[in-house]
Design a protein around this ligand. Structure first.
Ligand SMILES: [Zn+2]
Length: 248
């Protein structure tokens, strides 16, 4: 599978856990011989301004995080565009699902998912999108930006048992026909990460369900990295998800 990536994502642009040294490297180490890397290209300011206010963009610039945040948003756009034709994963940071139009928190700056989905819609390449957010944390920014737009349905599963979690994911994915399924792929709900719930095989199953649902809808699918903070298991979880989403 194609994986959008850039060496600059290894930078420690600040001191939060999403930017921790070695985090992206830990994933690259596991997946590098099993995927095809495509170099990320920064999102244009126009694409970012389509979902964020000027004052928010100005603030991100003043924190000197604009370049890396624009690169992450651009990687999400590439994954979504490739995703229309074949499953694609964006290995990017900073994450984005806690970024709203005019504010952001939780290690996020620009809403990578919203920037990507809005671009596809603006260019008339999709009519309907499903967003599955499997990060441990509720993707409030994505909901704030996209939920009222009429063409996006967002689901943040929150079951306390893996079986119920997977069932709710499945029910969502097959509930509505969509041209694209975008996954905000956070891995911080893994058994050995902050949430302590899902197994590595569960991520493979989620990837498989996403692919299967997109094929059934006659549409595409893509995923972008959000959270996931235990470097010793993050790589295997990303790989498992990619295997599931890339499989037959
Ligand atoms: Zn999270």
């Amino acid at each position: 599978m194609k994986v959008i990536y850039h060496q600059d994502f290894n930078q420690s642009y600040c001191s939060d856990p999403a930017a921790a040294p070695g985090r992206i490297e830990a994933v690259v180490k596991v997946i590098r011989n099993r995927v095809v890397f495509v170099e990320a290209i920064p999102a244009s300011e126009e694409d970012i301004a389509a979902v964020h206010t000027q004052s928010h963009i100005k603030r991100v610039k003043s924190e000197e995080i604009y370049d890396i945040a624009a690169l992450a948003a651009g990687g999400a756009i590439q994954a979504a565009e490739i995703g229309l034709a074949e499953p694609c994963f964006a290995l990017i940071r900073p994450p984005g699902h806690h970024a709203s139009e005019g504010s952001a928190w939780g290690f996020c700056y620009f809403n990578n998912m919203a920037v990507a989905i809005e671009k596809l819609k603006r260019e008339n390449r999709i009519q309907k999108a499903l967003i599955l957010d499997i990060d441990l944390h509720f993707g409030d920014g994505t909901v704030n930006i996209l939920d009222g737009n009429g063409y996006v349905t967002i689901y943040n599963p929150s079951a306390s048992h893996p079986e119920a979690y997977l069932k709710s994911v499945k029910d969502f994915l097959f509930s509505l026909k969509a041209d694209i399924i975008g996954v905000s792929a956070g891995f911080d709900n893994h058994a050995d990460d902050w949430g302590g719930l899902l197994s590595t095989d569960d991520y493979k199953e989620i990837g498989r369900l996403v692919k299967k649902a997109s094929m059934m809808h006659g549409g595409g699918c893509f995923a972008i990295l959000e959270g996931g903070y235990n470097h010793s298991v993050l790589g295997q979880n990303v790989m498992a998800f990619i295997e599931g989403m890339g499989g037959a």
